[in-house]
Design a protein around this ligand. Structure first.
Ligand code: ZN
Length: 243
């Protein structure tokens, strides 16, 4: 098997993470594969047969400590209600990591600072992170970050103002962040942004219309739907979420 992930595969995953579908959630479980053990996933990476780990249940911090032995790991997906300091350090040692998905995890400031060591990260998906504006702004130090999906009720319009400082960012999805029209205005000149998904925001139709005027190519979802007044809303496909 290939050691490096073809760019097309990664991009497809990027798009599928970014785009929610209306598929019923029970369709997912029907096709769910049996969960491999943590140790078998670790062993596959160690032997060079795999560059990814996906766990659908929490593992111990001792198990997470094994990550320091996996410098070739490129994709890591965990469901981890808590991460202690040692676990964060182990994740931060994965300098080849391109995709990090941390479900169920709140991220304190020491954790988000540690993630800045992941200089090859292209996808960061932290739907329960509950980070603040300053923590989010610091992710602009990740030079290759293309997709940022964050859940946090602590984010404000100040977070939106920091997004144009992200050098490679193209896909943004904010969940339960009380963003207003003022935050949208910060994106008017951020032309490299390709998609903006907001769930639970406090934006108005007028604010969205203004954004569409300034960024006619921007793909917008509000609460997982297109806007009724989006002329390009029906022109594209939504790949499966994969989660
Ligand atoms: Zn769409």
């Amino acid at each position: 098997m290939s050691r490096s992930l073809p760019a097309a595969v990664l991009l497809l995953t990027v798009l599928s993470i970014g785009c929610e579908t209306d598929a019923p959630s029970d369709a997912k479980s029907t096709f769910e594969k049996p969960t491999p053990s943590w140790q078998s996933l670790v062993d596959q990476v160690k032997s060079g047969d795999s560059t990814e780990i996906e766990m659908r249940e929490p593992v111990t911090s001792e198990q997470l400590g094994q990550l320091v032995e996996l410098p070739t790991l490129q994709r890591l997906k965990l469901e981890q209600p808590s991460l202690d300091e040692e676990s964060i350090k182990a994740i931060a040692s994965l300098t080849q990591l391109e995709m990090l998905i941390l479900r169920e995890t709140k991220l304190e400031e020491t954790a988000t600072k540690a993630l800045l060591f992941l200089q090859n990260l292209r996808v960061l998906n932290i739907p329960q992170a509950e980070i603040d504006d300053r923590q989010l702004a610091e992710f602009s130090a990740l030079p290759k970050l293309e997709l940022l999906r964050v859940g946090s009720s602590k984010l404000t319009d100040a977070a939106m103002k920091s997004l144009p400082n992200f050098p490679s960012l193209r896909f943004v999805h904010l969940i339960q962040a009380p963003i207003t029209d003022e935050g949208l205005m910060a994106l008017h000149s951020f032309q490299q942004l390709e998609s903006l998904y907001l769930d639970g925001a406090q934006v108005s139709d007028e604010g969205l219309l203004q954004l569409m005027e300034h960024c006619p190519e921007l793909h917008i979802h509000i609460n997982q739907r297109h806007l009724d007044f989006d002329p390009s809303g029906h022109d594209h496909q939504h790949p499966s979420d994969g989660n």
